[in-house]
Design a protein around this ligand. Structure first.
Ligand SMILES: O=P(O)(O)OC[C@H]1O[C@](O)(COP(=O)(O)O)[C@@H](O)[C@@H]1O
Ligand SMILES: [Mg+2]
Ligand SMILES: [Mg+2]
Length: 330
């Protein structure tokens, strides 16, 4: 392992070998993505029934091999049925979404890697199936026009960017805060007809702009890469929603608690934002199974709190036309 893939000045000592390994794998993966080729080729299906692309499998192999040399005890991946033991004397357990945003591989849109770190316990179950507030670190890498990383060790959110000349991640900001100001929401609006009433009511009110109870004109984004949405929101503010809906298989939304929502929620809270399942904080919830899914809402505190409040409105208010949603003006 090279000792140069990340500037470790801001990283607590016990996390340095882990962050060296993650950065080394991320630098290699960003090179593979830049080289191109048939990376979106379908190659199979993972345990959860998701189609796997060639790059999903390459990323999984790369992180597993590289992290295997970092002294970790337990490794769980979105692409694997079950967790594996790497080093019995290791003190940390890592859960990883090696390649997030797979549907964007062939279109050259930003994709990423998400990771979550817990103290290693005697078994994999005890290490991963626990309240997500017990994470000791989390982060993501975004492979976009710039390759960047957001990471937290529980004391604020750090922002790094990959310097292409040195091949090293260098600090951009030692402590990031989510701005409150942005009036931007991100949701896959093609599912509108499948949503529950509180979600429809919130989005209706955003779309109503200055004519509705929010009295604000909103902008909308949907990149279909959680890392890219998270990166934008951490830098510029706004809110993301992937709610549960009435489609078969979406009763608990689409995103995974352990590999996606837990780590992003950790980063968002570290940046002063809020992350819920629509109502309750994600970090207060317990992972019950490795591949469990959850509805997910995160971003600027006021917007996430407002969405939770829509779930408490009486039925008459939620179903009222926005002009009549009297309890909710601005
Ligand atoms: O295609 P949809 O339903 O809009 O879902 C998009 C979501 O799915 C994901 O791509 C799921 O992640 P994977 O690519 O790791 O399976 C998220 O990044 C994204 O937010
Ligand atoms: Mg993902
Ligand atoms: Mg993935």
């Amino acid at each position: 392992m090279t000792a140069t893939s990340i500037d470790t000045a801001l990283i607590p000592g016990e996390f340095r070998p882990l962050m060296q390994a993650i950065s080394e794998a991320a630098v290699k993966l960003s090179e593979l993505i830049r080289q191109g080729g048939d990376l979106a080729r379908p190659v199979g299906t993972n345990s959860d029934g998701d189609g796997q692309k060639a790059l999903d499998v390459m990323a999984d192999d790369l992180f597993r091999t590289t992290l295997g040399r970092a002294g970790l005890r337990w490794f769980a991946s979105e692409e694997q049925d079950s967790s594996i033991e790497m080093n019995p004397s290791g003190r940390m357990a890592i859960a990883i979404d090696p390649l997030d945003g797979s549907s964007n591989i062939d279109t050259n849109v930003s994709i990423g890697t998400i990771f979550s770190v817990y103290p290693a316990e005697a078994t994999a179950e005890a290490s991963f199936l626990r309240p997500m507030r017990e994470q000791i670190a989390a982060g993501y890498i975004i492979y976009g026009p710039r390759c960047a990383m957001m990471v937290s060790f529980g004391d604020g959110l750090q922002h790094y960017a990959l310097d292409p000349r040195s091949g090293q991640f260098r600090p951009v900001a030692a402590r990031m805060e989510i701005p409150e100001a942005a009036s931007e929401f991100a949701i896959n609006a093609s599912n509108y007809r499948h949503w529950a009433r509180p979600i429809r009511a919130y989005i209706d009110d955003c779309l109503a702009g200055t004519d509705g109870p929010c009295e604000t004109n909103f902008n909308m984004r949907w990149i279909a890469s959680l890392v890219a949405e998270a990166h934008r929101i951490l830098i510029r503010g706004g809110v993301f929603l992937y709610p549960s809906d009435a489609r078969k298989g979406y009763e608990r939304g689409r995103l995974r608690m352990l590999y996606e929502c837990g780590p992003i929620a950790f980063l968002v809270e570290q940046a002063g934002g809020k992350a819920t399942d629509g109502c309750e904080p994600i970090l207060d919830q317990r992972v019950e199974t490795l591949h469990q899914r959850t509805p997910f809402v995160f971003g600027s505190t006021d917007k996430v709190a407002r969405i939770a409040a829509y779930h408490d409105l009486p039925e008459s208010e939620v179903s009222a036309l926005f002009g009549h949603r009297g309890l909710f003006r601005a």
